[in-house]
Design a protein around this ligand. Sequence first.
Ligand code: BTN
Length: 322
Amino acid sequence: MSTKGDVLALLNQSENISLSGEEIAKKLSISRSAVWKAIRSLRSDGYGIVASTNRGYRLEKGNDILSAPAIKSMLDNAKEYEIISLEQIDSTNSYLKKAASEGAKDGTVVIAESQTNGRGRLGRRFVSQSGGLYMSLLIRPELSAEKSLFITTATAVAVCRAIEKVTDKNVGIKWVNDIFLNGKKVCGILTEGASDFESGRLEYAVIGIGLNIVEPVGGFDSEIRDIATSLFGEGAPSGTKNALAAAILNELSVLLKNPYGKETADEYRRRSIVIGKEVDINHNDSIARAIIIDIDDNAAIVLKTDDGKIIKKTSGEISIRI
Ligand code: BTN
């Protein structure tokens, strides 16, 4: 990340505690004047940063404005992104799929404060009230369509890394595309795309990420109240949304270079919250009870059913038995 992004991430992690310029400089191994420049630039992006004489700097809460220039300024430039930020849209994935079919370029990103028709996997609705980060990224990778599941698994790893860099929360992955915090879903990923039938290559993929940052005013919609959570309760430190968006894009620019690398598979497994869990799984048109014994390098879950059979699945859904 850029110095500015690093300073913002550090202030974010410290939540209510102030940090002096000297502490920030020491932690990030930069000069105090670099700290001061970063603070000044963050303020001009609209971040509320309180400075008190004896204590130092602290981010104000509830000042989480989505800003494309602020996100851009925190990118590490490993990949070129074009960022479009919107107040509201039906679905960032739908928007970008249309743009992709009209020739939009690799690296186009659309981010919205809320969605009126957010879409989840398996044709489900994805409730997208304000308080979340709803973003989609268009990529045109050199990848065969059959390997597209790795885009989702690499993204899950990227989102976890970004959350842990920007906040003090620890998150895990529920196979295949959900990020969980304290036993509840905090983020969902929907990868869609189009492939060229002749070559079998992906023409493009649109990676959609829906991350709950704060609880919406009035609480989560009743449809998801029992299963959803947010990274922060009422107010996130100012700038969290932009910092998370930038951190996710920075991680993706590394991970998507080789989405099916062994290291990514290992990290996905390590972050999994389902290995060792008993689940109900749809198998041969009926629901089977099984225990998940592994996730293999192809991102398939390996299950042992009640009658001792070993099966592998690369798609579908599992429901964890409590
Ligand atoms: C799921 O949980 O089933 C996946 C949810 C994916 C939601 C994101 S929000 C941004 C993008 N736009 C959409 O309409 N969906 C994805």
